[in-house]
Design a protein around this ligand. Structure first.
Ligand code: ATP
Ligand code: MG
Length: 107
């Protein structure tokens, strides 16, 4: 939900508005990609985006906790949450093993 809310906020001022959700079955791991049309995140913001309380949203609009909490939840499931800086558009990726026996698949 936080990835979708972030994408929604990011595209709100764009003339081209879209959000793409992809789910890929990689065998032992499920990869979920949330991509939006905001055209990428500036590197200095991308680097800090997962930090607790980091937000570029105004007072009353964001706590800056969404991504750090999301990352914690995904990691509690032995997965990874990251910004794919190689993607042309803004793309956050979740990788979650189907079972905890698959830990090594996301190492
Ligand atoms: N899809 C995105 N496009 C552009 N910037 C993003 C995107 N997702 C996250 N960010 C940047 O990362 C920051 C941190 O995101 P995070 O979800 O942790 O907090 P938030 O959205 O600001 O607040 P909250 O989640 O509490 O509403 C955002 O304020 C924004 O600057
Ligand atoms: Mg958020």
């Amino acid at each position: 939900m936080n990835l979708l809310n972030n994408a929604f906020d990011a595209i709100s001022k764009q003339s081209q508005k879209w959000i793409k959700i992809e789910v890929l079955d990689l065998g032992s791991v499920v990869k979920i990609l949330v991509t939006d049309s905001s055209g990428g995140i500036a590197p200095e913001i991308g680097k800090k985006s997962m930090n607790p309380f980091f937000t570029t949203k105004g007072v009353g609009h964001g706590t800056g906790l969404g991504l750090s909490i999301s990352k914690g939840i995904v990691e509690a499931h032995k997965g990874r949450l990251y910004l794919d800086t190689a993607a042309a558009d803004t793309q956050f990726v979740m990788e979650i093993p189907k079972s905890h026996q698959a830990d090594k698949a996301v190492a």
